[in-house]
Design a protein around this ligand. Structure first.
Ligand code: NAP
Length: 325
């Protein structure tokens, strides 16, 4: 079927994002005969490049996704999600959505490979870990630098580790990592922690954790491909003195950013940019627009919870379309 160039393709469901939330929404929407179109990203139109498959593509072994008692590789799991969505007729487009017009329905979705109009929209654009911004941090990603202790902690048994950050996530990750690490040094740039008192106390009371304040990681040291990270160079923010310490891994826990830039000023967000949905639903304030996964969840941020809300979004979209035709 060909569509004349000036008439954009018209779909019932458009899904933006290709992590567990997006693909689960696609599986459900496709099985409901809604023939969804899913933009997976990777169109190189957005800087930094979007990553088809989402955050699981930058992790290695996933041990906590139910149904895989022996674990599964993150990218392999996303291949399975995609294959299952395509099996039921999801059209996957390798393109970045660069603009949306939600002022009238059908909604207009402009992507790096063209424009479509959609009766309903499911937003599953995820979140991205924040990074310190050091070239060495990038260089050692997957070779000792991680932004997810829950994902990668178990791979660091018996090593000294550095955690960067002073919020609840940093405290939680440092505490979690003591299950595997011989020692965890938490490095924070100020002398006061942003984390809640109880989380700081828990970390402080843990004999394996050392809290180092007024300190930043200036460089991550090591060699590729082996042994990967071997240490870090730290800088004291008051005296500007530097020193090197040994470490077998660095966990950056300085927060996440929801990928919600496209919807600024259009959809309601919390102060950190997470999309707001009606309680117990994935509905946003615009009828026919639904949000699921990490872009609307700063609390759980797990593949399985993202998949769960993706399922909810597809069911919400299906019911919406049944009532608005
Ligand atoms: P966050 O509260 O924004 O804290 C980020 C931390 O990273 C801050 O201490 C910040 O330092 C530091 N940081 C930011 N950019 C940095 C940089 N470029 N270099 C060095 N340090 C940097 O983020 P979060 O800890 O991920 O928490 C996010 C939300 O989730 C919070 O509302 C938190 O309460 C919640 N959360 C709750 C739990 C729980 O209750 N169990 C667990 C995890 C997260 P400054 O303090 O100097 O700005």
């Amino acid at each position: 079927m060909t569509t004349p160039e000036h008439i954009p393709e018209h779909v019932k469901v458009c899904i933006i994002g290709s992590g567990p939330a997006g693909y689960t929404a696609a599986i459900y929407a496709a099985r409901a005969n809604l023939e969804p179109t899913l933009f997976e990203g990777g169109g190189a139109a957005i800087e930094p490049f979007t990553l088809p498959g989402g955050q699981l593509m930058i992790t290695t072994e996933v041990e906590n996704y139910p149904g895989f008692p022996n674990g599964v590789q993150g990218p392999g799991l996303m291949d399975l999600f995609k294959a299952q969505a395509q099996r039921f007729g999801t059209r996957v487009r390798t393109a970045d959505v660069t603009a949306v017009d939600l002022s009238v329905r059908p909604f207009r979705v402009t992507a790096s490979d063209g424009t479509i109009v959609a009766e309903s929209l499911i937003i599953s654009t995820g979140a991205s870990a924040k990074w310190i911004g050091l070239p060495s941090e990038k260089k050692f990603q997957n070779y000792g630098v991680s932004a997810c202790a829950t994902c990668d902690g178990a791979l660091f048994k018996g090593r000294d580790l550095v955690v960067v950050g002073g919020g609840d996530t940093a405290m939680e990750e440092a505490t979690f990592l003591t299950r595997f690490a011989t020692k965890v040094i938490l490095v924070h740039r100020r002398d006061e922690f942003r984390a809640s008192r109880i989380m700081v106390d828990r970390a402080r009371l843990n004999p394996k954790i050392e809290l180092m304040t007024n300190t930043v990681v200036e460089e991550i040291l090591g060699d590729l491909p082996k042994p990967g990270v071997t240490g870090v160079r730290l800088r004291d923010t008051r005296h500007h003195s530097t020193r090197e310490i040994k470490a077998g891994g660095v966990f950056v826990a300085i927060g996440h950013e929801p990928n919600s830039q496209l919807f600024r000023g259009v959809l309601d967000m919390d102060p950190n940019g997470y999309l707001l949905t009606k309680p117990g639903s994935t509905a946003t304030k615009i009828p026919g627009v639904f949000a699921c996964g990490d872009v609307a969840d700063h609390k759980y941020r797990q593949a399985v919870t993202a998949a769960g809300t993706g399922c909810m979004a597809a069911i919400d979209a299906e019911r919406f379309l049944a009532h608005h035709h």
